[in-house]
Write a protein of this length. Structure first.
Length: 338
């Protein structure tokens, strides 16, 4: 198979009061609407409480000495997008289709967002061997996925937010569609796997939920890196629409769409603590991707082979942003104390 090297591109973007929606939509929607903000706040609280789910045997990350407090500590959140459409009916064996790790630094008022290609060839602790990272969720759900990401990046994953594609579709539709640029002609399946059900032509246009999902998922003419960039552009389009004046009356529908299709171990009080990132001025967002190349493994097929040097650089960046020690440093410290 031909191999090609994909350069990592980093881009910093400064925004005011908007990234919170990307990280977790409920509170910004609840608190930014004047007039009936109290009603939306209670609605958000109810939906968040209904989506809460603890991870058995995991009060905190094993890479943390103590449980974190988002109101004062740097934290990380792993966003897991899953494809569990009714037609596929994978149940607990659903693989993840999108993975993003967000790290938050209180002092800098900054966020680093790392997109992890779904075909990355990594070690899965749950089963004790290496395969594509999207298999981790099928092996053990969010917990196995979190442990895999922690093993890969050597940084703690404090929280997770798992959402399925129905949430994405329903949010876009609740907002009345989004304006995005389609880079090339696209023929894609819809969520029920109907072949070529979605047909998009190139250019700036308004997309409904199914069409936006097709654009976010397609990679027939490029790769996972470009796919990740498209997903970030789509999220920006959702942000732009969500904070527009015309969207205020649609917030209840948006929150219900999220709540019906979401699971998280973040309590409502912990979500509230993240509001400070959106309220402060000059929030800095640094988008990261993992450099690598195409590969092939017998019995698996196509894989994305991560560049080890680049991976070490990303790990160092994330550790510095979270202000945490490496696993090796922690082990040496424990030995010295014995």
């Amino acid at each position: 198979m031909n191999r090609h090297h994909i350069k990592r591109k980093r881009r910093k973007v400064k925004r005011r009061r908007v990234f919170w929606l990307l990280v977790f939509p409920l509170l910004l929607l609840a608190l930014s609407a004047t007039g009936y903000g109290a009603y939306l706040y209670k609605k958000a609280e109810s939906i968040a409480n209904g989506s809460y789910k603890e991870l058995d045997g995991r009060e905190k990350s094993n890479l943390r000495d103590e449980v974190v407090d988002p109101s004062k500590d740097n934290i990380s959140i792993l966003f897991i997008g899953i494809d569990d459409s009714e037609s596929r009916n994978f149940g607990t064996a659903t693989r993840s289709d999108a993975l993003m790790l967000a790290t938050f630094n209180k002092k800098e008022n900054s966020v680093k967002l790392l997109s992890i290609p779904r075909d990355s060839y990594v070690y899965i602790p749950e089963v004790g061997y290496s395969t594509r990272i999207n298999h981790a969720h099928a092996f053990g759900g969010p917990k196995a996925t979190i442990e895999t990401v922690e093993n890969l990046l050597d940084v703690p994953v404090d929280y997770y937010v798992r959402m399925n594609f129905y949430a994405f579709i329903d949010v876009v539709d609740a907002l009345g569609g989004i304006e995005v640029n389609v880079p090339y002609e696209i023929y894609e399946k819809d969520t029920e796997d109907n072949r070529n059900a979605i047909h998009l032509l190139p250019g700036e246009q308004k997309l409904n939920g199914e069409e936006a999902l097709a654009l976010a998922r397609t990679r027939k003419k490029d790769n996972d890196i470009e796919r990740g960039k498209r997903q970030q552009e789509i999220m920006k389009a959702i942000l732009k629409k969500a904070i527009s004046v015309n969207a205020i009356t649609k917030y209840t529908d948006v929150m219900e769409a999220i709540g019906d299709n979401m699971e998280t171990n973040m309590k409502f009080s912990e979500m509230r603590a993240l509001l400070s990132y959106g309220i402060k001025n000059q929030l800095t967002i640094d988008s990261l991707t993992l450099e690598g190349s195409d590969g092939y493994q017998n019995g698996i097929g196509y894989i994305y082979e991560l560049d080890e040097e680049d991976l070490e650089s990303v790990k160092t960046t994330l550790k510095k942003h979270l202000d945490v020690s490496s696993r090796e440093d922690t082990d040496e410290k424990e030995v010295a104390q014995q």
